[in-house]
Design a protein around this ligand. Sequence first.
Ligand SMILES: [Fe+2]
Length: 299
Amino acid sequence: MPVCTDETVLNLWFAICATQEMQPGIVQDTVLLEEDLSFALDADGSPRVWRRKGELRAGAELDIAKVDELLPAQCAYGYVWTCLGTPSADIFPIEEYDEPDRRNLNAASIGVNVSGPRAIENFLDMGHFPYVHTDILGQEPHTEVKEYEVEISEERDEILATECRFFQPMASTASSGGADVEYVYRVPHPYCSVLYKSSGQDPSRMDVIALFIQPINEERIRAHMLLSIIDDDSEERVMRRFQQTIFGQDKPILENQYPKKLPLDPRAETPIRADKSAIAYRRWLRAKGVTYGVIPSAG
Ligand SMILES: [Fe+2]
């Protein structure tokens, strides 16, 4: 029986590993929602994921005859995804990913001692840019979070924050200096968010940075970060290092959050205008009945 009793979360797809970090036919181990899993790509490149049992574990050669039961599995956006329950929906679309001139890569998979919802909420927050990502994503005195729009799309079952604008000294590896950068945030999954921001190279298009959270348990995650960006020049390692630097600045902030789980009670934390997307996110989690990684609302 699954350890996690939150049916909503149990029936979600989760990214567990970047396929570029896998060797076909060689088993790897991971943990998802407190369950020990093993996984591999088979000879055709199809992902296989199962609850770990016996010898077939990290380092072994895949022998599918030794697995009694496979979990749902698929590759999407350069990652293996799995689900411990019965998938309630397909993985959300990111249409830009298939555009031929984009560079798609896993920037990082980083372990963080915090709940998934806290990490998503931090990702949505522009207010911390000048203080935490000083001289990269923000800079004093440009500290004001300007008015932006937030809606919960019933049809797509996702949160959308648009018209977000923020002055950034160094928005990406393709930036040539400070600029007002436009942001759009989507939260199409309780543990995933997709950010669109003005491309430094082509002002008519947007770069995509997606955060796919793999909950290890309620207070520990692996954060997988996808880049799908327009940048003809920068080397992959430079693009990775840029995102890793930013994430390295967020990590200690995230790990100092108290409580580590996200409180969903509307009275738990004082909202300010900049938190409009966070408020929508908490409301959406409440409406979905999410209990894993959060402190449910008493009312
Ligand atoms: Fe941050």
